[in-house]
Ligand binder design. Structure first.
Ligand SMILES: *[C@@H]1O[C@H](CO)[C@@H](O)[C@H](O)[C@H]1NC(C)=O
Length: 354
C-alpha cells in the first residue's frame, strides 16, 4: 500500500501549493482540486468516472488494477495541466488504459519506408497565390464534414482518414454530404493495407478510384474487425466514386494550407504521445515527434486571436468525447518543415472531376 499513500500525498501537496488555475475548466478536464485532496476523494472520482463512461470490469482484481492505472493517469493529467497553458488534458474515456494499451489499440497507420512514386501525379493547388487564401476555413461549417466517428480498438485510422477526405470532396462536388464506409476499405482495400493492423490513405484512395467507389456507412456499417470483402454489406447504395488522388508536396505547410483551403485533406501525424491520449481542448503544441503512426483528416485552419496561435483543425476517429467534440486544434507555423507531430509530411487528398 506504499504507492497509493505516496500518490495521495503528492496530490495533496499540490493542492496546498498555489495551484488554483483552471477553475472554469473543471467540467472539461473531468476533476476538481477537491477531488485530488484525499485517497477517498480519488476513489469517489473513480466511481463517478466509471458511471459516466459506463465501465464495468470482470473482477474486483481488475477493478483494483484499473484504479491504479486511473490514478497514475490522473497524476499525469494534473501535472501537465499545471505546466501547460495553451491546451489541457482531461479524464476522458481512456483514463483506465495504460499508455502502452492505448497505443496498441487506437492508432493504425503503417507508413512504408518511402512514398510510392508520385511523379505521375501533380499538385493541382500549386499555382494558388498564398495571398489569395482566406484567413480561416472550416469545412464543418460548409457542410463537408460528417459526424465524428469512433474506430474503437482496431488500427483502422487510415480508413477513417481516407473516408473523411472522400466524404469532403463528394460533398463539395455534389452538395450531398453522406457518411461513407470505412468497413468496406478494411475488408476490400487489401493491396498495401492491413485492416485493423494498419494501412495507408494513398493505398485506400487508389483502391476507391479503381473499384468504382465506396458505399455508404449505412449500407456497409462499421464492425471494428476485419471481414471478407462484401460480406459486411447490408444493403445496396449508390457508390461514391473518386477520380484519383494527389499528394501534397511533403514538408511544406503553405502547400498543405493551399490544399486545405479547397477540400478536407488526409494527413498523418505522430499521435502516440501520452498527451494525445488525454487531450481535451485548446491549441495543441506538443510534445510529439514526427514518427507518423496515426491517420486523421485536416478539415480547416484558423487562428486563436487572443493567444496568437495559428492552428489546423483536425478530425480524429476516437469518438466525440475525445478532444474538442472529437477534434483537435494543432498548432501550425512551428517553423519546422515537417510541422507539428509531422502533420506536413504525408498529406494527400482524393480528386473528383466531373
Ligand atoms: C446522397 O448520396 C448517397 C450515396 O450515393 C445516396 O444514397 C443518397 O440518395 C444521396 N442523397 C441525395 C439527396 O441525393
Amino acid at each position: 500500500m506504499a504507492h497509493p499513500m505516496k500518490l495521495s500525498l503528492a496530490l495533496l501537496l499540490c493542492v496546498v501549493g498555489a495551484c488554483v488555475a483552471r477553475n472554469s475548466e473543471f467540467s472539461i478536464v473531468g476533476y476538481s482540486e477537491e477531488d485530488l485532496s484525499s485517497h477517498d476523494r480519488i476513489v469517489e472520482l473513480f466511481e463517478r468516472w466509471l458511471a459516466k463512461h459506463q465501465k464495468a470490469y470482470a473482477s474486483f482484481e481488475e477493478k483494483l488494477h484499473r484504479f491504479e492505472v486511473f490514478k497514475d493517469n490522473l497524476k499525469h493529467i494534473d501535472e501537465i495541466n499545471r505546466e501547460v497553458t495553451s491546451y489541457w488534458l482531461g479524464l476522458n474515456e481512456f483514463a483506465d488504459l495504460t499508455h502502452e494499451e492505448f497505443k496498441a489499440a487506437y492508432l493504425g497507420l503503417s507508413p512504408p519506408p518511402a512514398r510510392r512514386s508520385s511523379s505521375s501525379r501533380s499538385f493541382r493547388y500549386e499555382d494558388i497565390n498564398a495571398g489569395d487564401l482566406p484567413k480561416s476555413v472550416d469545412w464543418r461549417k460548409k457542410g463537408a464534414v460528417t459526424d465524428v466517428k469512433n474506430q474503437g480498438q482496431c488500427g483502422s485510422c487510415w480508413a477513417f482518414s481516407t473516408v473523411a477526405a472522400v466524404e469532403g470532396i463528394n460533398a463539395i462536388m455534389t452538395g450531398n454530404l453522406t457518411a461513407l464506409s470505412e468497413q468496406e476499405l478494411i475488408d476490400c482495400s487489401v493491396d498495401g493495407n492491413n485492416g485493423c493492423n494498419g494501412g495507408m490513405m494513398d493505398y485506400a484512395f487508389s483502391y476507391i478510384a479503381s473499384s468504382g467507389g465506396l458505399h455508404t456507412e449505412e449500407a456497409y456499417p462499421y464492425l471494428m474487425e476485419e471481414g471478407s470483402c462484401g460480406d459486411g454489406k447490408k444493403s445496396e447504395s449508390e457508390a461514391v466514386a473518386i477520380s484519383g488522388y494527389e499528394d501534397v508536396p511533403a514538408n511544406d505547410e503553405q502547400s498543405l494550407i493551399k490544399a486545405l483551403a479547397h477540400q478536407p485533406i488526409s494527413v498523418a501525424i505522430e499521435a502516440s504521445g501520452r498527451h494525445f491520449q488525454f487531450y481535451s481542448g485548446g491549441v495543441y503544441d506538443g510534445p510529439c515527434g514526427a514518427q507518423l503512426d496515426h491517420g486523421v483528416a485536416a478539415v480547416g485552419y484558423g487562428s486563436d486571436k487572443g493567444k496568437g496561435h495559428d492552428y489546423i483543425v483536425v478530425k480524429n476517429s476516437w469518438g466525440d468525447k475525445w478532444g474538442e467534440k472529437g477534434y483537435i486544434r494543432m498548432k501550425r507555423g512551428t517553423g519546422k518543415g515537417e510541422g507539428l507531430c509531422g502533420i506536413n509530411k504525408m498529406a494527400s487528398y482524393p480528386t473528383k472531376d466531373n
